[in-house]
Design a protein around this ligand. Structure first.
Ligand SMILES: Cc1cc2nc3c(=O)[nH]c(=O)nc-3n(C[C@H](O)[C@H](O)[C@H](O)COP(=O)(O)O)c2cc1C
Length: 166
């Protein structure tokens, strides 16, 4: 159905996941849906939305805290709408080469809300990131942007196609 209102919510520490969420929302909008991007921490009410895309940056195999809290706080309304999830993680080429399955912790978040699907996108480590561990990783030369925006747009098109045929 055209005009379905989709929330694209994200949990981020250093902004990479927010950038992916923006691209997903822009793609859904181009495909004829009405998409809104918000930090997962800022959303208390899902009544304006017909569907949700939720993404989290991966830290030690778990989503960043705002994304985890989102599934707990809004578990009941999330179970009433179609939900898709994504993780932003690997700091190498793997996410572009094969489908990286959700971690065990992310699978738990997905089953809590009855998510329909999941994908993993490459991550980005900022040269000057928040967090002691992140800074030491950046100092060791790991700062790089592994996000593939073609892959992100392709995944968003599949969600739009699913919603538009309902
Ligand atoms: C301390 C630390 C731990 C990380 N742990 C993982 C991990 O377990 N799995 C993974 O795929 N990526 C991991 N990453 C990479 C991040 O998930 C990646 O940088 C992500 O894009 C960050 O998203 P954000 O900028 O939205 O916070 C880790 C990065 C840092 C700095």
């Amino acid at each position: 159905m055209t005009g379905e209102r989709v929330l694209v919510a994200y949990g981020t520490q250093n902004g990479a996941t927010a950038g992916i969420a923006e691209e997903i929302a822009a793609t859904l909008t181009k495909d004829g849906l009405s998409a809104e991007v918000r930090s997962a921490a800022d959303v208390d009410d899902l009544s304006p939305y017909d569907a949700v895309v939720l993404g989290g940056g991966l830290y030690a195999g778990r989503w960043q805290r705002d994304a985890r809290r989102f599934t707990r706080r809004l578990k009941s309304p999330l179970r009433e709408v179609p939900v898709w999830c994504f993780s932003s993680g690997p700091l190498d080429a793997t996410a572009g080469q094969k489908e990286v399955p959700p971690t065990r912790a992310v699978r738990r978040e997905m089953s809590r809300v009855g998510a329909r699907g999941h994908t993993t996108f490459g991550g980005r480590l900022d040269p000057d990131p928040q967090g002691r561990l992140a800074r030491s990783m950046a100092k060791r030369g790991m700062a790089h942007d592994w996000r593939d925006f073609d892959q992100i747009r392709s995944w968003a098109h599949t969600i739009a196609a699913d919603l538009l045929k309902e």
